[in-house]
Design a protein around this ligand. Structure first.
Ligand code: BMA
Length: 376
């Protein structure tokens, strides 16, 4: 409760300083709701709170397939409202992530089997409970037709940029994404604000938009093309997150492929623990130092946009590793990856019965962390 009161006081102060567009000014590139969402993130970071986030939290969980089930039914009513996080600590995460991969192809389900109709409902429900939604996009390789991890053809980015042979087709694909995003509205027609995080982890070379696969100019071109397209479609409810991996070791490297302050609202990075905690702690420290400085000099909100330790094979990982790794860094949120329902060991969040359950409850109670009810 205490953490809620402090947080609300900070929010109030920030909202008082926000002002709307004056007469005759050009239309704002961020809707009032998007600006309020950014203020919420800023308040968390400035108040040295960190919002907990979990990918696909309400879509499925470690032991329940929900709408990701392979059957053709559109929704499994028995899983409505479920959340592995809530089943452990009594509250939803403050931030929930969803992935748009294959929406651009007109598919009914994303690359992990999540129905887009259900995703829309979950995004609205999370916004209505005061939460924040972030969207990643593991989009298939448009040149080869394989998945996002097909980085073998270095001509892919060029093929969809203006003048590329697939440019028109890619506009059609972005149009499908824009149509879906435009359809995410509350009952009174308000477009739901969402933090869009395309072209992520580009400083590594495992996606077709990665460091060794396209040039700096092409990468920036992908961003500019996507941003201009969504803005032209009136999607001012989107905020935009730039999230490289942890390859950058300097400010220059962090910003090497940065699309620009006029596009980006949130700066982040993605990183995972793969073994002993020391290298993870060291990488987190180095990357947080770079991130916090970057956010400060560019006037942006910082966040740890993806992290986790697959299977969380450490009973005190939440308070013993994740919290110390975050330290006192002013980051708005930390998002852990998904709890796959169809892969026994592919889980990064918590679920009832996991060996770190008691520690997660301590993490939840810690004054540093915020969950959905804390940011209402
Ligand atoms: C990856 C894995 C994949 C998944 C992808 C997009 O890191 O979790 O199984 O398809 O993210 O969600």
């Amino acid at each position: 409760m205490k953490k809620t009161i402090v947080f609300l006081a900070l929010m109030g102060a920030l909202l008082l300083t926000a002002c709307g567009p004056k007469k005759g000014e050009p239309a704002p590139s961020r809707s009032a709701e998007a600006q309020a969402m950014l203020a919420k993130m800023k308040a968390a970071a400035e108040g040295h709170k960190v919002m907990f986030g979990h990918q696909d939290d309400t879509a499925y969980g470690h032991t329940w397939a929900g709408i990701a089930a392979p059957q053709e039914q559109d929704a499994d009513a028995s899983t409505e409202g479920r959340s592995d996080t809530k089943e452990v600590c009594g509250d939803y995460p403050a931030v929930i992530g969803f992935d748009l991969g294959r929406l651009e192809l007109g598919h009914k389900r994303n690359l992990d089997g999540v129905l887009f109709d259900k995703m829309r409902r979950e995004i609205i429900a999370h916004y209505e409970r005061g939460g924040i939604v972030t969207l990643s996009w593991h989009l298939d390789n448009p040149l080869t037709g394989n998945d996002a991890w097909d980085f073998h053809d270095k001509g892919t980015a060029a093929s969809i940029l203006p003048d590329g042979k697939l440019h028109e087709e890619f506009l059609t694909r972005m149009g499908r994404v824009a149509d879906f995003l435009a359809s995410i509205k509350t009952a009174d027609g308000t477009p739901v604000p969402m933090l869009f995080r395309p072209w992520h982890e580009h400083t590594g070379s495992w996606f077709w938009w990665g460091q060794e696969i396209c040039t700096t100019e092409q990468y920036k071109g992908l961003w500019r093309m996507t941003y201009d397209f969504m803005q032209a479609r009136g999607l001012t409810n989107l905020l935009w997150a730039y999230s490289p991996g942890t390859e950058p070791t300097t400010q220059e490297e962090y910003f090497e492929r940065y699309p620009g302050d006029d596009i980006v609202d949130v700066l982040g990075f993605d990183t995972y623990q793969y073994g002993p905690r020391e290298p993870y702690l060291a990488t987190m420290k180095r990357s947080l130092d770079i991130l916090v400085e970057a956010a400060k000099t560019h006037g942006k909100v910082a966040a740890v946009t993806e992290t986790g330790f697959e299977s969380t094979p450490d009973p005190t990982w939440w308070t013993g590793t994740l919290l110390p790794a975050l330290g006192d860094a002013p980051v708005a949120y930390v998002l852990v990856w998904r709890n796959a329902w169809d892969r026994e060991t592919h889980h990064y969040g918590i679920y009832p019965g996991h060996e770190s359950e008691a520690d997660f409850i301590e993490f939840y109670k810690n004054p540093r962390t915020l969950f959905a009810k804390d940011i209402q």
